[in-house]
Design a protein. Sequence first.
Length: 251
Amino acid sequence: MLAVSEGARQSAIRFYGIDPARIRTQYNGIDVQAVRQAGAGDPGDEWWSRGSRIPGGRVVRLVSAGRLNHEKGFHLLIEAVRRLVQEGGGAEYRLALLGEGDHRQRLQRQVQEAGLEDQVRMPGFRVDAAAWYRTADVFVLPSLVEGMPNVLLEAMACGTAVVSSDCPAGPAEILEGGRLGELCAAGDASALAAALRRVLSDRPATARRTALAEQIVAEKWTIQASVGRLEQILTAAAAAGGGRISEKHSL
């Protein structure tokens, strides 16, 4: 059996009683070059692209993407942005939530009740999502539950700083425990706001970490690397069973 992350593997062992020797971790890979090419475009959205309306202020662009449901934690991200906006500090925040889902209306009500109509937009599902990632200051993954979030890898491949909840599986493995991006407690809007403050306040450190993340994605998280890992797993399994994968049939 294969699990998409070590966290998912451990959950399968714990909840389903699977023999640890019979399940392996097989990480996803992404087409890094295709993501970067897609990210080279322009989102073509005036609200997203325009400068600050605050004299002497700066625009902070935040983006997240995924299905608009409870598990993705977008309600927590909206609350975190509300707190940042309330603090002021001369920054004009813009949050783009890319995707569709059953919670769209609920999230829109939350935005309206918080008075964030100028700060938060939901452009829907976008085929040019990578262009939004590339032009953002920070990509945010506020999920309560994940398996292996490819979207985090895509944002890193675009050279964008990332903040992610430390949910049970996926993000911490991708971000190497926080070395490649900021991690915060899952399900906690206050912790999410604090993580965003840290990333935005120390720009030199964030730039160094982001550059390293972009490099690691190109080395470790490609489709080719993923296929290579899978071939090793299958070869080992075949050998354990007394068989082998011939060169002719190898991946």
